[in-house]
Design a protein. Structure first.
Ligand code: ZN
Length: 167
């Protein structure tokens, strides 16, 4: 296993769309391992392949309290969603920032394992929100795109301040 470098906002590569995984081989298993190691080192609760500059539809997450339940979703798609709610989100690609995002908190998802077997899962609460956040990355979207106008204003102001300090 190896930690990988995470692309940071506003890197344009974070805006590219990831392609479906077709080869369920050793490279894919290695990528999943590396994503988990990178995520646990943060520590974060989820990470997607495009964040480490690999445009494949793969994400990992672990929302367990003791970080003992790694989960891997290959080619995930949401089949149904319900119960919208506002959740405070963070992202390894947008360090030091957070914001309220409105998302479904109950979803049914279909995905494949690292061996290519198809499965369906119902996710609730943090697990549902985390999966949707990571799924956004596969389509080149970031949580900052989903902030309210006030949230976006705050985000931009914070960025401007940061840039001025760095200058
Ligand atoms: Zn993220």
């Amino acid at each position: 296993m190896a930690r990988r470098d995470v692309l940071l906002f506003p890197d344009p590569r974070l805006r590219l769309i990831s392609q479906p995984v077709e080869d369920f081989d050793a490279d894919l298993a290695q990528l999943a391992d590396d994503l988990l190691e990178t995520m646990y080192a943060e520590p974060a609760i989820g990470l997607s392949a495009p964040q480490v500059d690999v445009r494949r539809r793969l994400l990992v997450m672990d929302v367990s309290e003791k970080k003992t339940r790694p989960e891997v979703f290959v080619n995930p798609e949401v089949l149904a969603s319900a119960s919208m709610g506002w959740i405070e989100e963070r992202c390894m690609s947008v360090p030091g920032r957070s914001g309220l995002v409105r998302r479904a908190t109950e979803i049914k998802v279909r995905a494949q394992t690292l061996q290519g077997e198809s499965f369906e899962r119902r996710l609730k609460g943090l697990a549902a929100v985390c999966l949707l956040h990571e799924l956004d990355h596969l389509d080149g979207r970031l949580f900052v795109d989903r902030l309210s106008w006030l949230g976006r204003l705050r985000f931009r102001a914070a960025l401007a301040l940061q840039t001025r300090r760095a200058a």
